[in-house]
Design a protein around this ligand. Structure first.
Ligand code: NCD
Length: 310
């Protein structure tokens, strides 16, 4: 049993929830690899996925997770064929869609949209991204990778680089890491892409040490994790501002000369040109593994949210 009903933001997830989700995800991964059948767990369940913004990994990993557990999926992509076009409110849509399924995964460009949608839903809703606000299941996937690689979630120096202003994955991840002791956040971005002050304040109130810089090289030698993000073109009010900074962050093998030998590089993906493809073959690169393990994390999350496993 998890401590939350709908999953709308990372702050709802307790440390105990995290333990349960990460343990079950690791167990599902082992079982899947050894060919143990898992398709009796969600047998007969229907997941509805509603995406009003593009997605590859999040949508497919949720859908594949539900199917691997024996459930079914109904889906709506880009809101093209639904009544939102006719002016239906998110609340009405939540009430109706919830009568056709057992669980809903929802993504929308507006901040707070998932909470609106969930208000009248009879089934649990998982926020798969509401604008620049939150993406809690990416954060769970991210800490799965950190724990898998580092065997701890405390005493981590994490550098978070790129578009900290618009990236919903950054704040969701840092909110989870802030629940553990002795973690330090090094925010690497220029002024236009800084993490919003109120988000910084929330993290600082949780007792985390935060350092800000625009120079990766001045901090690279200290980092355990480097989390890189895409500049979120679609969230800029001003296209010229985007044009000016779009290539400001770029990692190549030579950027990593001073890195610790056990540094891990993560990215929620998609990448545009923040990480050169030559970095992919270095031992630091964990972003493809991170995306692959997202299926097991989402399997675990759904099985626990639906009380299919205690
Ligand atoms: C992220 C998102 O949608 O916020 N992608 C994802 O879900 N893996 C990151 C991004 O779009 O840059």
């Amino acid at each position: 049993m998890l401590s939350f009903h709908h999953l709308l933001e990372s702050s709802q997830i307790s440390n105990d929830d995290i333990d349960k989700i990460l343990n079950l995800a690791a167990d599902f991964k082992l079982k899947f690899k050894s060919g143990t059948p898992l398709n009796n767990i969600m047998n007969g369940s229907i997941l509805a996925t509603l995406f009003f913004e593009p997605s590859t990994r999040t949508r497919f990993s949720f859908e594949s997770a539900m199917m691997r557990l024996g459930g079914n999926v109904i889906t709506l992509e880009q809101g093209q064929s639904c009544s939102a076009k006719k002016g239906e409110s998110l609340q009405d849509m939540g009430a109706i869609v919830s009568s056709y399924c057992d669980l809903i995964v929802f993504r929308h460009p507006e901040i707070g949209s998932a909470a609106q949608f969930a208000k009248n839903s009879d089934v649990k809703v998982i926020n798969a991204g509401d604008g620049s606000n939150q993406h809690p299941t990416q954060a769970l996937t991210d800490i799965y990778t950190i724990f898998d690689q580092k065997k701890r979630l405390n005493n981590i120096k994490i550098g978070v680089m790129g578009d900290l202003k618009h990236s919903r994955t950054v704040f969701s991840l840092l909110s989870l890491l802030a629940k553990y002791s002795d973690n330090e956040f090094i925010l690497i971005s220029d002024e236009t892409l800084h993490l919003d002050n109120h988000k910084k304040q929330i993290l600082q109130n949780l007792g985390v040490k935060i350092v800000e810089t625009d120079d990766l090289q001045s901090v690279i030698k200290d980092l355990d994790v480097l989390y890189v993000t895409r500049i979120q073109k679609e969230r800029f009010d001003n296209y010229e501002t985007y044009q000016k900074i779009k290539n400001s962050y770029h990692i190549e093998p030579k950027s990593l000369i001073n890195a610790k030998s056990d540094l891990i590089i993560m990215h929620p993906l998609p990448r545009v040109n923040e990480i050169a493809p030559e970095v992919d073959k270095l031992s630091y690169a964990k972003y493809f593994q991170q995306a692959k393990d997202g299926v097991f994390v989402r399997m675990a999350l759904m099985a626990l949210m639906q009380n299919k496993i205690n």
